[in-house]
Design a protein around this ligand. Structure first.
Ligand code: MG
Length: 176
């Protein structure tokens, strides 16, 4: 069985915060505002993985109302969520990520971000891709007020033999 998941997140960009993408700090005059460390890409990856496995979402499992997650390392949240995904029998096939912001440029940091996420998830960097896009000056991301991330995840799990045997094809054959 294969399943896809979609994750999206947005954080305000403000002075005095670090700009983190997938655990990689990028030198910039502003950074992501957030209850946790604000790593917008780590959050979108977490939601894509949890969504694909139908195991909940980041706001539900790691609520910002809980002081335990104050300034939390978002890679630790990702590791925790992915542990639940693995425990349910899933294997990660690939992630594809888009980061949307006017500045800074993402390309010089792309390989570091891919390696960081792949390391946390225990996959080859070839299974993780990251693209940076501007928003043509439009909307919060385009005006430099926010950074957004969109992520798709593909998961795979071996079919359970008992489920296969009771599948619709077998039932249809029996009826005939
Ligand atoms: Mg977030």
């Amino acid at each position: 069985m294969i399943r896809t998941g979609l994750g999206w997140d947005l954080h305000r960009l403000v002075r005095g915060r670090r700009f983190l993408l997938g655990g990689v700090e990028i030198p910039f005059e502003k950074g992501e505002l957030g209850h946790s460390d604000g790593d917008v890409l780590a959050h979108a990856v977490t939601d894509a993985l949890l969504g694909a496995a139908a195991l909940g979402d980041i706001g539900e499992l790691y609520p910002s109302s809980d002081p335990v997650w104050k300034d939390a390392d978002s890679l630790a949240l990702l590791r925790s969520a992915f542990g639940k995904v693995l425990a349910a029998g899933w294997r990660l096939v690939n992630l594809d990520c888009v980061v949307i912001c006017e500045k800074p440029r993402i390309l010089p940091y792309r390989e570091d971000i891919r390696a960081s996420l792949a390391g946390v998830l225990g996959v080859d960097a070839g299974a993780v891709f990251v693209k940076g896009k501007t928003a043509e000056g439009l909307g919060p991301a385009g005006e430099g007020l926010a950074v957004e991330a969109l992520v798709t995840a593909l998961l795979e799990r071996p079919d359970e033999p008992s489920r296969k045997a009771a599948g619709p094809v077998r039932d249809a054959v029996r009826e005939n």
